[in-house]
Ligand binder design. Structure first.
Ligand code: NDP
Ligand code: BG6
Length: 517
């Protein structure tokens, strides 16, 4: 049954071309945590279902918590049962579970790393062959540095430094909290690892529709000629969530929408939408183009009156018909908090292709609904033929790439209403993933874990890329810090954000689309 699903599902067929990871020991730091349980373990299980794990695959959980192997195996089984997109098949899962082990140790002491090294060597002895060690850092960022340093000091970073068995390190977000800390982290990494061993995660890049952006742009000849300032009026990127901060209040207080979403996820969406065609699909060519694009973005002046940046916090409101508290009343949040739960920006890209085209981005928690999309709005045709507004309801042609939840693409066109009189209205042409490919598509983490095992860094962030993005964002954060709550807007939970964000577009003669298909 599972085999048949793999054979007929086009996405999975696509994935299966990426086989070829060498025997792998994956060590997850922070293995008792939320991300491990909700995303990493289910992703590993689903890769196994699709027969994409290397035959000699071992999972080691690492953390300060004392735990027996059996307890770890049980906890991982629960996470598959609860969070996997496919039901647990005991025969398949047993292959991972029965060899999985847990390694208790601090993150900043050398001894547990030495023992971890011995454990990996003993696996090699049992198998009678070398393995690659993949270190997945899934802890809070405060311990990224000690882990990286200890991987270096213990020699684990340099196990088989070159070639197929070279150690690899996957680093979760957030990668730093400003330009300086990102540089600092990059410097630690460079001391211990070669850049080819490093995989900085942005899980948005693992989403199907985000990967499809490159295909959409460069495997179709009809879009590229229009993808420039001559035809595009503006681009709107929306990453809206209906959830609040939930139990993550204390994390979010240190973060805010700008660090949590804009600096990474939305910037990545912008880069892929606006970058020049790469010379090839190899990771460096694509990442070179993304960096060039980020460097072409005009720095913002966050202190300017009626500037290009808006920040806001949600107030009490209704989401899905239910009353929800304001941000300041959430657990773990300072009642006088100056942390933004919403940010909107207007960016200008100073290059030949995009000069004069505004790129609007917004992201927020507790918005009207969960929707992530990129909308490319084209210029209107000259209003010579269809100028009578009574009869001709005309919209700007817009191509909307829906990233989630209802993955697909919508093209907004103007069309004649059937009848004896000529009247027009905007209509939508839809392409839906679920209709064409079925709904059980791989999760982002499946693709990213597989790619890191195989050694394909295309969907990961390079060191200079993250620094370029922080370079744009850091002055805004510094200004906000200086002003505290002054200038912080408010929006009702369940709405589309503050009025100031609407005004940001009105000033340019634009308005936010009602996001969604
Ligand atoms: P958790 O807070 O659940 O922490 C993971 C593990 O790290 C804990 O189980 C604990 O294990 C250890 N840990 C927790 N706090 C500390 C601390 N202060 N110092 C040292 N160790 C600590 O994190 P998540 O699993 O939620 O997130 C892991 C990483 O993934 C983070 O960098 C996060 O930003 C990122 N991320 C998380 C997402 C999510 O949805 N959860 C989404 C995207 C990214 P032990 O006590 O055994 O050492
Ligand atoms: C994470 C943020 O990176 O992305 C979370 O830390 C956010 O705050 C999440 O909820 C959104 O991811 P997705 O895949 O649900 O859009």
């Amino acid at each position: 049954m599972l085999g048949t699903e793999t054979q007929r599902h086009p996405f999975l067929q696509g994935l299966s071309k990426h086989r070829g990871a060498p025997p792998t020991v994956i060590v997850i730091f922070g293995a008792s945590g939320d991300l491990t349980s909700r995303k990493l373990i289910p992703a590993i299980y689903n890769l196994s279902v699709d027969n994409l794990l290397p035959p000699d695959f071992h999972l080691i959980g690492y953390g300060r918590k004392q735990m027996e192997n059996a307890a770890f195996q049980e906890a991982m089984t629960e996470s598959v049962k609860t969070f996997s997109r496919r039901e647990l098949n005991d025969e398949i899962w047993a292959r991972i579970r029965d060899t999985a082990s847990y390694h208790s140790g601090g993150y900043d002491e050398p001894e547990p790393y030495r023992k971890l090294g011995e454990r990996i060597e003993s696996i090699e002895k049992e198998l009678g062959r070398e393995v690659q060690a993949l270190f997945y850092i899934s802890t809070p960022p405060s311990v990224f540095k000690p882990i990286l340093e200890n991987l270096g000091a213990s020699g684990l970073a340099r196990r088989h430094r070159h070639g197929a068995f070279a150690s690899k390190v996957v680093i979760e977000k957030p990668f730093g909290r400003d330009l300086e800390s990102a540089r600092d982290l990059n410097a630690v990494i460079t001391r211990q690892f070669d850049e080819t061993q490093v995989y900085r995660i942005d899980h948005y890049l693992g989403k199907e529709t985000v990967q499809d952006l490159l295909v959409r742009r460069f495997a179709n000849s009809i879009f590229e000629p229009l993808w420039n300032r001559r035809y595009v009026d503006c681009v709107q990127i929306t990453v809206a969530e209906d959830i609040g901060v939930g139990s993550r209040g204390s994390y979010y207080e240190q973060s805010g929408a700008m660090r949590d979403m804009i600096q990474n996820h939305t910037m990545q969406l912008l880069s892929l939408t606006a970058m020049e065609p790469p010379v090839s699909l190899d990771p460096e060519s694509i990442r070179d183009e993304k960096v060039k694009l980020l460097k072409a973005i005009q720095p913002l002046d966050p202190g300017a009156r009626q500037g290009d940046v808006v920040r806001a916090q949600y107030a009490e409101g209704l989401v899905g018909g239910k009353k929800v508290p304001g941000y300041a009343q959430e657990d773990g949040v300072d009642p006088d908090s100056a942390t933004e739960t919403y940010a909107a920006l207007r960016l200008s890209i100073n290059n030949w292709r995009w000069s004069g085209v505004p790129f609007y981005m917004r992201s927020g928690k507790r918005m009207a609904r969960r929707v992530s999309e990129i909308a490319v709005q084209f210029k209107r045709p000259p209003g010579i033929l269809f100028s009578d507004a009574e009869r001709f309801d005309l919209a700007s042609n817009t191509m909307v790439i829906q990233i989630q939840p209802d993955e697909g693409t919508t093209l907004l066109l103007n069309s004649k209403i059937p009848g004896l009189e000529t009247r027009t209205q905007p209509v939508k042409m839809h392409f839906r993933y679920r209709t064409t490919y079925g709904s059980n598509t791989p999760e982002a983490y499946e693709r990213l874990i597989l790619d890191s095992m195989v050694g394909d860094s295309t969907l990961f962030i390079r060191g200079d890329e993250t620094e370029s993005s922080w370079k744009l964002i850091t002055p805004i954060l510094e200004t906000w810090e200086k002003y505290g709550r002054q200038g912080m807007e408010s929006y009702v939970a369940g709405s589309w954000g503050p009025l100031a964000a609407e005004q940001l577009l009105w000033r340019q003669g634009h308005e936010w689309r009602r996001a969604g298909p």
